[in-house]
Design a protein. Structure first.
Length: 201
């Protein structure tokens, strides 16, 4: 893959301010997102479970963002209701909620700038572009170990990789980054350099 890296270094502060204003994120609130099609292979129930569990394991305010759309969104909303998770589909209203469905986002650098941690929970992947884009935006990633993930990020350097279906391990990794601002920044710097050196056009 060849990524146009320059687009992720332009207007970053303006994008971040606009994104966080749009979704009513407070300054001390950590936004954890997953970017991609809303389909079964992305295992988004796992992401929802992780956000719910993390809220009970940290005192820091967090919110989960599912950025994308697809045929599984309706079932995911029912899943959230069944498990008592407050969610909002933002195209239909702008209130605050623990879980936000943003629908499609054409401007991915805008979304990446506004988030603090980007995740991947898929059952399988080839080359997950969202992880490359996240690192170019200077954001740490937390991902399950599938497909080409270990070629996309350096574990413990640009992000954290956990075993597939290990919900507790995934939440521990998220908690480590949520509560470690300096580590988030260090991983963001490393990941940006790594992707530019290995995956730029």
């Amino acid at each position: 893959l060849g990524i146009e890296s320059e687009q992720f270094s332009k207007n970053t502060q303006a994008y971040r301010d606009a994104f966080r204003n749009e979704y009513k994120l407070e300054k001390d609130e950590i936004a954890i997102g997953i970017v991609g099609r809303v389909v079964k292979i992305k295992n988004l129930e796992f992401f929802i479970d992780a956000i719910q569990m993390l809220k009970h394991k940290t005192d820091i305010k967090i919110r989960g963002f599912i950025i994308g759309d697809g045929p599984e969104k309706r079932s995911l909303k029912h899943y959230a209701i069944k498990h008592g998770i407050d969610y909002v589909e933002y195209s239909y209203g702008g209130r605050r909620a623990d879980l936000v469905f943003t629908s499609w986002c054409q401007n991915i650098p805008y979304a990446m700038a506004g988030l603090d941690i980007i995740t991947l929970t898929s059952y399988n992947e080839g080359t997950p572009v969202s992880l490359l884009e996240a690192q170019l935006a200077g954001k740490p990633v937390v991902s399950v170990d599938v497909g080409g993930v270990r070629e996309m990020i350096q574990d413990e350097k640009g992000g954290l990789i956990t075993q597939q279906n290990d919900l507790f391990g995934f939440v521990r990794a998220l908690k480590k980054l949520v509560e470690g601002e300096s580590q988030r920044k260090e991983m963001g710097v490393h990941g940006d350099r790594f992707v530019k050196e290995n995956f730029s056009v």
